[in-house]
Design a protein around this ligand. Structure first.
Ligand code: HEM
Ligand code: SF4
Length: 766
């Protein structure tokens, strides 16, 4: 009889991991028998990286073409509701993005045998397989464990993948190689008892320098930047430590916890931080459970005091420093000796590829080659070929990047032309890495339950359009970054780029139309030093024109050496908004149907709603006028923020929320008074208590933005607080739009007030 994978791989798996997978398989069986509660099972599988996934249309744009999925999904339709054993997603943790050729091959096999034949690289250096059946997940985990990969704590309320600069160790500017530290931190915290009771996910990143910080330390719960100190002529290694960063709905920049923590202290310090987070972090309200909220609540000083106190009482653990003994011996092995480019004839297209996809290593004669993956996707066949190529040119020195690409390190420079040809032969010779063409996108409505608009569809279109013009693009435009998220959760990191977009929906004449918020002012450089703000929603189908207009104007009007962010700051967001105004108009369905479907998805976007609701004709409802006023106020708040008038920004953002709340209240009660207390009270009883305002996934989160601000009367004003409030006001107004759309959908069936408006609220642990 053929052996099972469990039997075949028994002596190749780490015993702890093997046991873990056995337990998981048992829980799966109990779930099948109906003996495990849904919620408990959800957290159980999520902690092993097994996600529920949105059903798909059966089509997938892989960045090159639209393909029909081979996965036997049956007649699945799009929509956020899925059942526990439907095809889902398996997230695979790749600490610091490090992979070997053998691991690539196993990933290729798994993608082919259990998924849709595509492995997807994420913005946190993970790999994801989509359309995986939950019954296959234990086998997937075993086959991964046999090559040293775990999916443990890839999701759930746990320490997620520890990321690091993909060029760590070979970078010309780094202080030192952070790889062994990232590896040790990842190992130490994995399954650690002190990380099992966190209220929310916890993300860690390492960076080799402060200036570039490819690790994106500032947007992590805990971030380390390499530093050295000289003490009595001896060089001492350590880290600048940051805490409490995070993107998500309201992004926070991490704060400096300590300027220099010696290398032997980083593991105990991380442990102490996890313990404080587990003990004092929010547990009930998921919307405020990330570390960033705890740091903000306690204040940095108090948080630091508590952590240092905790550190003092930790029982010593030899693992804190054991790995340091091996550090002097840590090195990567190239597969070939170094050799410089020798002037031999170069293949066509090589020079362009070289310019964007090759980085000269600190070690003479070697280079890092970036394999550009459109939308982060790579097919099983390509993965297998890439494993061969890596063996020949770079050895096991492969890493994924937060820009959803793969890099091959330690390639002898003289071999770059033939490497390029080999990559081209397998369809992976595209250039443009880290340029405007290299658009980053989260899974969006393709597979994510929370997606609102098609981030991947839009990314594919932008990529194609820009690619077609890539030769004529000015250097200044080529250097811009585009990042797209399917919703406000920011998995596509839309806050930290030149042109960011996140999906929202708008009800236009009774029909839902996919839109994207345009986010400007964010920065990728300087360790993501500034986060952008949304300036307005534009229909999904007109976003390519937004990119054209903004980039063309930048090219025309930029001053010498001016960055895109400085340019936007100089001309002002008001001017930008004005120049995009006409793009926000949506023609009636009869005139142009294209607006009513999303990119990469031929079906119409809830066209069944057409004609329903109060606005079937051209009548503009009172709500639409009033919500527009709220939008204007959010924008005004941004302008105050930009002008440095913090108090005014804060107050205007608050007024925007009141205005949006009032707009909703007035759909039920026209005579509500103008005083804030009256608006908040009516809003609370009519929209919050009834759950009409509740988002299916986020629950009452957005309403709390208004309540917190309203209750926080003796207000202190800081630029950071004001920035957050503007972001919150924006989300509140979006939530009002969504709430109104839900109400319109219901109208005709029952009146919202009479129904009590009880939306089912699904608690998702993501
Ligand atoms: C499968 C569907 C997914 C869901 C439901 C989901 C959900 C979320 C949520 C709710 C947040 C906000 C976190 C917060 O406010 O605390 C978030 C943030 C984030 N997610 Fe996802 N996510 C998904 C997939 C992904 C994927 C595929 C990636 C990588 C490409 C990703 C990367 C991120 C990043 C980088 C952030 C922002 C950084 C942070 O603050 O954690 N997510 N995600
Ligand atoms: S940003 Fe939204 S749509 Fe995209 S993966 Fe995250 S939760 Fe899903």
């Amino acid at each position: 009889m053929a052996l099972t994978w469990k039997e075949k791989l028994a002596d190749r798996m780490d015993p702890d991991l093997a046991r873990e997978i056995d337990v998981y398989e048992m829980q799966l069986e109990l779930k099948r028998q109906g003996k495990v509660d849904d919620k408990l099972f959800a957290e159980t599988r999520l902690r092993r990286g097994v996600y529920g996934q949105r059903y798909d249309s059966g089509l997938r744009h892989d960045g090159v073409a639209e393909r029909e999925l081979r996965y036997p999904c049956g007649s699945l339709t799009k929509g956020p509701d899925t059942i526990w054993d439907a095809p889902g997603m398996q997230r695979i943790k790749i600490p610091f993005g490090g992979l070997t050729a053998e691991q690539l091959e196993v990933l290729a096999d798994l993608a082919e045998e259990y998924s849709d034949g595509i492995a997807h690289v994420t913005t946190r250096q993970d790999i994801q397989l989509h359309y995986v059946h939950i019954d296959d997940t234990p086998t997937i985990m075993r086959r991964l464990a046999a090559v040293g990969i775990t999916t443990r704590e890839a999701c759930g309320n746990s320490v997620r993948n520890v990321t690091a600069c993909p060029i760590a160790g070979v970078c010309r500017e780094e202080t030192f190689d952070v790889t062994p530290y990232a590896k040790a931190t990842s190992r130490f915290l994995l399954g650690h008892p002190d990380t099992q009771d966190l209220g929310r996910k916890f993300k860690i990143a390492f960076s080799g320098c402060k200036h570039n910080a490819c690790g994106l330390v500032t947007l992590h719960d805990l971030g380390f930047v390499a530093r050295v100190r000289h003490e009595q002529g001896v060089e001492k290694r350590g880290f600048e430590v940051y805490v409490g960063g995070g993107l998500g709905a309201v992004p926070y920049q991490a704060k400096l916890f300590d300027e220099f923590v010696t290398e032997d202290e980083i593991l105990p310090l991380s442990q102490a931080i996890c313990r404080v987070f587990a003990r004092l972090g929010e547990k009930r309200n998921r919307a405020r459970a990330r570390l960033k909220f705890l740091v903000a609540k306690l204040g940095l000083e108090e948080f630091r005091r508590l952590v240092l106190e905790e550190r003092k009482i930790l029982p010593p653990d030899e693992r804190w420093t054991a790995y340091l003994k091996d550090l002097p011996h840590y090195r990567e092995t190239p597969s070939r000796p170094p050799r410089s480019l020798d002037g031999a004839a170069l293949p066509e297209g090589f020079e362009d590829w070289f310019r964007t996809n090759v980085y000269r290593q600190r070690q003479p004669g070697y280079a890092v080659a970036t394999v550009t993956l459109p939308l982060g996707d790579i097919t099983s066949w390509q993965l297998r070929q890439l494993a061969d190529i890596a063996r020949r040119y770079s050895g096991d020195n492969i890493r994924t990047t937060v820009e959803q690409n793969i890099v091959l390190r330690w390639v002898p420079e003289a071999d770059l032309p033939s490497l390029y040809e080999d990559l081209r032969a397998i369809g992976l010779g595209e250039g443009g890495a880290s340029t405007i063409v290299d658009v980053v996108a989260c899974p969006g409505t393709d597979t994510c339950k929370l997606g609102i608009a098609s981030s991947r569809g839009l990314a594919a279109v932008l990529r194609r359009r820009l690619q077609e013009r890539s030769h004529e693009l000015d250097e200044a435009i080529r250097g811009l970054h585009i990042k797209i998220s399917g919703c406000f959760n920011a998995c596509g990191q839309h806050h930290i780029c030149d042109l960011g977009f996140y999906g929202v929906s708008r009800n236009v004449r009774g029909t839902t139309v996919p839109h994207f918020q345009v986010v400007l002012g964010g920065q990728w450089e300087e360790n993501a030093a500034t986060y952008g703000l949304a300036i307005g929603a534009v229909p999904s189908k007109r976003i390519p024109e937004v990119v054209d207009r903004l980039s063309e104007r930048y090219l025309r009007e930029r001053q010498h050496g001016e960055t895109f962010q400085s340019f936007i700051r100089r001309i002002g967001k008001k001017a930008v908004k004005d120049m995009l105004e006409d793009l926000t108009q949506v023609p009636p369905y009869e005139e142009d149907r294209s607006y009513y479907s999303d990119w990469g998805d031929p079906r119409e976007f809830t066209i069944g709603d057409m004609g329903k609701g109060e606005c079937a004709g051209e009548v503009v409802s009172l709500f639409e006028f009033e919500i527009q006023a709220a939008e204007r106020l959010v924008f005004e708040a941004q302008l105050h923020l930009e002008a440095g008038d913090i108090q005014k920004a804060d107050e205007t953002a608050y007024r925007a929320m009141l205005q949006a709340a009032k707009a909703l209240v007035r759909t039920q009660y026209l005579d509500v008074r103008d005083e804030p207390d009256a608006i908040v009270e009516e809003f609370r009883t009519r929209f919050y208590d009834t759950r009409l305002f509740w988002d299916k996934y986020a629950g009452g989160k957005f309403a709390h933005y208004l309540f917190h601000r309203h209750e926080d009367r003796p207000r202190s004003y800081t630029p950071e607080k004001a920035h957050h409030l503007v972001e919150e006001a924006n989300l509140f107004v979006e939530a009002a739009h969504a709430c109104r759309a839900r109400m319109l959908e219901r109208s005709g069936r029952e009146t919202p007030a009479a129904s009590g408006g009880h939306e089912q609220v699904v608690e998702l642990k993501l």
